[in-house]
Every structure is written in structure tokens, then in C-alpha cells.
Design a protein around this ligand. Structure first.
Ligand code: FUB
Length: 336
């Protein structure tokens, strides 16, 4: 970050004053042409985790979990979600909390990784929460007319319950929803910890269209959680957290139904955090990798995380270059 001290200029002669004005104007011009850097993490006054983002009407809307765990408490404390917006991926405006666990009568706790998608002028919010009346997590869906909410529970019940998953490995299998809408309008929801699952969504985005199936990934992919599906030039990409501490790995396919071809590591372990949880978005001609780390000092960590943004680059053959996690973050292009 650049900082300047004020300088007192003694009463100059007219010639000197003109030179000083020319010098200052030149200096201001050079400054304006320098790229403005975002700095990672992008939000430093609250702890943010598990990012997801949409592009709407010339802006990016970023949704995050909200880590409220006290220092040295080795558990998540997460009660609501937060929203931020930006028109340049560098300056972020807080938009408050669009929804909380308390807005879902069937849910007890754990505002874990959310997902938001826009369809037909409405905004759909998906998130896992611990169910009140049955073991495990349920995926809730809420709806709003605005990207910043407030979102209202669209069903009064979970869209996917833990009990709907085929052979869930444990009680927190039903987490981390990611919604993908294909070019033909068919929407899919992916979820899962330790095993990846997916299901079709009906056009109303609030009901499943059929059952929940397992996504078949090779063992060396070491799938942990945080699925994210996107499509580019006809190729489907499924990225996900792999191993623990987590890296991000990815697979590709010519169909959203697979088979998935494992492509290796996309991003290394995040600084000072066991989890990393990615989202990938394109905005104004560039691709971005949004994730969290635990880098805020002195008290950041695996339960007090912070969202970061870095560039994502593709190779000519469609594979993705490994993401370089930076403290500088992304930069605004200089003003034209
Ligand atoms: O924030 C709680 C959990 O940690 C998320 O659901 C996972 O993706 C991991 O980031």
C-alpha cells in the first residue's frame, strides 16, 4: 500500500511554483496509471470463509461464511452468511448478512459453505445446516428478488436431507452445495464430504428432479469436499478440496454426468488453514480463483479464516495452470 506524508511547500517564486505544479501534475498522472492492488485477504474486519460468487448486472456478488470462533477454540462457530459486492474485484462493499441459520425453522446450527445462483430474475441461496429433527446435515434453499437478500426459506424443509444420500460415510457428508446450470437450462446440485454426490434440480430450483447419485472420482483424486462445477469451451470442470489439509484438485469431462478425468492439483494448501474452499468465476474477461486461508495475524487460523482472490489461467489445451496464491491479490487495470 502506498502512503504519503503531507509536505509544506514554502512560498515559491512564480517560476518555481509553475515547475512544482507541472511536477505534481506529472506525479498524479503516473499514480493514476499504476494498477490498484486488492491485497489478500480481501476482507480484514471480519473473518470470512467458504466463498461463492455470482456475476450480476456488472458486479460480482461474493457470499461467504462468517467465522465467529473465539481465539484458540478449535471448532467452527458459524451462525450466518455475509455478502459483499465489487465492480472491479479489488474494492469490496459489505452488503450485510442476507440470511442466517435462524431463518430456516428446520435447522439447528452450522452456517457452513453456501452457494448462490440467479435464474429468471430470482436469486437462489443453498446451504448446509444441522437438521433439528434427524441426524446429519440438510441442504436448505432460500430465495430473494435481490442478490443482497434478504433470502426466505423456499420450502420450510431441507431440499436434500442426510437420509437421501446413498451410503453417506458419516454425519457431515451432506455439505458444501454447488449448483451448475448447463447451457440447455438443466440445473444440477453437487454436494458432499468424503464422497461427492449430485442430483438434477427442477426448473423452479427448489425441488430435486430425481434421486441423488454418487459422482465417480478416482481414488488418487482424494476427494474431500467443496465441489465446484463450471464449463468452458464445451468442457466440464469439477474442482474440489482434496486430502487434508486440503489442496484443490480438479477433473474434466465432456458431460456433466462424467466420466470424470482426474487432472491433478489446481491449488496448494492455503496458508495457516486446513481448508481452502474455492469458487471460480469469470468477470470482465478474466478468470478468478476465490478461496480462503487463515493468514490474518495474530489470530487467524483454520477456524478464523479469510477470503482471498487470485487470477486463474488456462493452458491452450484447456487444462488449468496451478493457481499462485499471493498476498498482493488481483489488480485493477489502470484507468484508460
Ligand atoms: O466452513 C465449514 C466447512 O469447512 C465447509 O463446509 C468446508 O468446505 C470447509 O471449508
Amino acid at each position: 500500500m502506498l502512503r504519503f506524508q503531507s509536505v509544506t511547500i514554502p512560498n515559491p517564486s512564480p517560476v518555481k511554483a509553475k515547475r512544482q505544479i507541472v511536477f505534481l501534475a506529472h506525479f498524479a498522472f503516473v499514480l493514476a496509471a499504476l494498477p490498484l492492488r486488492a491485497d489478500n485477504p480481501i476482507i480484514t474486519d471480519v473473518f470470512t470463509a467458504d466463498p461463492t460468487a455470482i456475476v450480476h448486472d456488472g458486479a460480482v456478488y461474493l457470499y461467504t461464511g462468517h467465522d465467529e470462533s473465539p481465539e484458540r477454540n478449535p471448532h467452527y462457530v458459524m451462525n450466518n452468511w455475509l455478502c459483499f459486492s465489487s465492480t472491479d474485484m479489488a474494492r469490496w462493499t459489505p452488503r450485510g448478512s442476507p440470511v442466517a441459520v435462524k431463518d430456516f425453522a428446520w435447522a439447528r446450527s452450522d452456517a457452513w459453505a453456501c452457494e448462490v445462483k440467479e435464474r429468471n430474475g430470482k436469486f437462489y441461496f443453498y446451504a448446509p445446516m444441522v437438521q433439528r429433527r434427524a441426524p446429519g446435515y440438510g441442504i436448505g434453499v432460500a430465495v430473494s428478488d435481490s442478490p443482497t437478500g434478504p433470502f426466505t426459506d423456499a420450502r420450510g424443509s431441507a431440499l436434500i436431507t442426510h437420509q437421501m444420500l446413498p451410503s453417506p460415510p458419516h454425519n457431515w457428508s451432506n455439505i458444501d452445495p454447488a449448483v451448475f446450470i448447463d447451457d440447455d437450462g438443466q440445473a444440477y446440485i453437487f454436494v458432499g464430504n468424503s464422497k461427492c454426490y449430485y442430483a438434477k434440480l427442477k426448473g423452479d430450483m427448489t425441488e430435486l428432479d430425481g434421486g441423488v447419485a454418487v459422482v465417480d472420482l478416482p481414488g488418487d483424486a482424494r476427494y474431500t469436499e467443496a465441489p465446484w462445477v463450471h464449463k468452458r469451451n464445451g468442457l466440464y470442470y469439477l474442482s474440489f478440496a482434496s486430502g487434508f489439509p486440503e489442496k484443490i484438485a480438479y477433473a474434466t469431462s465432456s458431460s456433466v454426468n462424467g466420466p470424470w478425468n482426474y487432472r491433478g492439483i489446481l491449488a496448494e494448501v492455503a496458508g495457516n488453514s486446513n481448508t481452502i474452499h474455492q469458487a471460480i468465476v469469470d468477470f470482465k474477461g478474466r478468470s478468478y480463483f476465490i478461496y480462503h486461508n487463515g493468514s490474518i495475524q495474530p489470530s487467524g487460523g483454520s477456524f478464523r479464516r479469510s477470503v482471498c482472490v487470485d487470477y486463474l489461467y488456462y493452458n491452450p489445451d484447456g487444462t488449468i495452470k496451478r493457481v499462485i496464491q499471493t498476498t498482493e491479490g488481483t489488480s485493477l487495470p489502470p484507468a484508460p
